[in-house]
Design a binder for this molecule. Structure first.
Ligand SMILES: [Zn+2]
Length: 169
């Protein structure tokens, strides 16, 4: 590996660690030129899976897009980036298990929804309102109801605060 700092291509690996999901290996390296340390990640080479969008167009599968969707939905929510990374790994694995050439964007969307529903109600609602393109507001409220009652129950038991969910209609 070429050193990030001095560009010398000579380093030793200090340690290697396989990620929890077994999909990647993290290596800590030390440059033998300048002595500085850096980290590299190795991932399994992925087959070129494509995503079929609603209008029939295709684009190559990109986990970063999924992660960005999560980051956006979970902005200012108490959810760590590590948690999101793990969820994206789960989704990625599920997709690669089920499909080998093409996967529909709506399938990915529904996986994201499932995960968000368990993870964080506010993030779920944010994502759902954009993704589902609800035909009318009553449909949206129907979707929210089970979440709201779930939150209320938790609150009664001294659980989480649901003030940040507000229906403005
Ligand atoms: Zn160096």
């Amino acid at each position: 590996m070429q050193c990030l700092f001095c560009k010398v291509d000579n380093d030793k690996v200090i340690n290697s660690r396989t990620s929890v999901d077994g999909l990647s290996i993290k290596r800590r390296r030390e440059c033998l030129g300048c002595g500085r340390r850096f980290t590299t990640y190795e991932r399994i080479e992925e087959s070129p899976l494509r995503v079929v969008k609603k209008d029939g167009t295709r684009e190559s599968f990109d986990r970063k897009k999924i992660l960005n969707g999560f980051l956006k939905a979970c902005e200012k929510r108490p959810v760590s980036t590590d948690t999101l990374e793990n969820i994206v790994n789960e989704i990625e694995r599920e997709i690669y298990n089920k499909f080998d050439r093409e996967v529909t964007a709506s399938f990915i969307g529904s996986l994201v929804m499932q995960k968000l529903k368990i993870l964080d109600a506010v993030a779920y609602v944010r994502f759902a309102s954009v993704y589902r393109e609800f035909k009318d507001i009553s449909e949206f409220i129907d979707e929210l109801k089970p979440l709201m009652t779930g939150e209320k129950k938790k609150k009664k038991d001294g659980g989480t605060d649901s003030r940040s969910i507000s229906l403005q209609h």
